[in-house]
Design a protein around this ligand. Structure first.
Ligand code: HGY
Ligand code: MN
Ligand code: MN
Length: 414
């Protein structure tokens, strides 16, 4: 059946979807994609997927978290389905493959089965999870957290995007505009879940491998820190006595760099979203908000370093009040041998070079782990670049990944 996977069809579909929110990067060959979750662009891309899926007889449905499902019926409909999928939303300066390839690869696998006239014993469901990235609405993985029961839908409704739109309002709008799509209950217990995704790191390319047999996902903790001081005139207020939120933010980040310093370069510490008010050049900042993205494969390190952040910030800040909230808390997860074994066997059957490796990026798969045997398939990323318009995997690399996914689904759904 993997022989019915079409490299050209999969690539053409990816390039068509990349047009939706796509943008050229002047002076480069790169094409970036900015397709926020729960947006008109997101809905446009979903409609394209729905048409392609219906053309091969899939049943389409959407749940109250706006997760979008495509079901290819099996010979025994009462059995728990095999689930595959990923996300269709992107970072603001995202690439053409992060997330969306896993959804298109799932469709390619179902199309290959359709073309080969093969029906598996278990139904196969393909899902496009809502808001994996956490770009527009923090945190990410809100769709899979709702679906898996990890977090109730109402917990996310008040989250605001940069334009002051709430997650709840954006979700309600999406569901209203997709009211023609049959609604399905939130949740479910698949027989197994496998997600195809680009590696977003340099290992497979650097070491000459075609397929990553993903062994698990490192842990991630997200925090938002708000420092509150006092605004003042940049020209008249003496520095002595100022309560400058920007200066205190600098002190806090320098202290956090020391807390998270790691000579083995395993720990990941990122401050990448900063908001300052009043945000004018000649008024001292009275408020500075910054985000923390902390990751590590070892739960103990993640807990110890994350739990030490507030005290470290308080110790470094001189003049401002400090508030910190944790808005994402995902511990490291291992994948299941049932799936990692199927991925390794499929790569071997395809004559592909495969190696085991953990995922540095988080994925919706981590929230499926508690429900059923779960795993992932990686394909190489050029120079390990992702969350960047230069993100690239070749048509052949992506087709190899789709062939492996097709074999894995066939085996799990047998
Ligand atoms: O941030 C992540 O790890 C994912 O790519 N959104
Ligand atoms: Mn992703
Ligand atoms: Mn991503």
């Amino acid at each position: 059946m993997s022989g019915s996977v079409s490299e050209a069809r999969q690539w053409a579909r990816l390039m068509e979807l990349a047009e939706i929110g796509g943008f050229a990067v002047p002076g480069t060959e790169d094409i970036g994609v900015n397709r926020p979750c729960l947006s008109a662009l997101d809905r446009q891309a979903r409609r394209v997927m729905i048409d392609w899926a219906r053309a091969i007889g899939c049943e389409v449905s959407v749940d109250e978290a706006a997760n979008l499902f495509f079901r290819r019926e099996g010979t025994e409909p009462g059995l728990a389905p095999v689930l595959t999928g990923s996300h269709m939303d992107t970072q603001p300066e995202g690439g053409r493959f992060d997330g969306i390839w896993g959804v298109v690869a799932g469709l390619e696998a179902l199309t290959a089965m359709h073309d080969a006239g093969v029906t598996t014993r278990r139904a196969i469901e393909l899902v496009a999870w809502t808001n994996e990235e956490g770009g527009r609405f923090r945190p990410g993985c809100t769709g899979s957290m709702n679906w898996s029961g990890h977090t109730k839908p109402e917990a996310f409704r008040a989250i605001l995007d940069g334009d002051g739109v709430t997650y709840g309002a954006a979700l309600d709008e999406q569901l209203a505009l997709e009211a023609d799509i049959p609604r399905r209950a939130l949740g479910g217990v698949p027989h197994a879940y496998v997600e195809a995704h680009i590696e977003q790191g340099p290992i497979l390319e650097a070491e000459g491998f075609d397929i990553g047999v993903v062994t698990g996902i490192q842990g991630s903790r997200w925090f938002t820190v708000t420092l509150t001081g006092e605004t003042a005139h940049a020209g008249t207020a003496p520095l002595r006595g100022r309560r400058d939120a920007v200066q205190d933010m600098v002190r806090a980040i320098v202290a956090l760099n020391a807390l998270t310093a790691d000579p083995t370069d395993t720990l990941r510490f990122t401050v990448a979203r900063v908001e300052v008010s009043p945000n004018t050049s000649n008024s001292v900042a009275n408020r500075a908000t910054f985000t923390i993205d902390l990751r590590h494969p070892d739960k103990g390190v993640l807990v110890a370093k994350g739990d030490a952040m507030l005290a470290t910030i308080r110790g470094a800040v001189r003049d401002c009040a400090v508030e910190m909230v944790e808005n994402f808390h995902a511990m490291p997860v291992p994948f299941d041998p049932l799936v990692t074994g199927a991925v390794a066997a499929a790569a071997a059957a395809e004559g592909l070079r495969a190696r085991e490796l953990p995922s540095g990026a988080f994925h919706d798969a981590q929230f499926v782990v508690p429900l059923c045997p779960t795993g992932m398939i990686f394909v190489p990323s050029r120079r390990g670049i992702s969350h960047n318009p230069a993100e690239y995997s070749s048509p052949a690399q992506l087709a190899a990944g789709a062939r492996v996914l097709t074999r894995v689904l066939e085996r799990l759904a047998a």
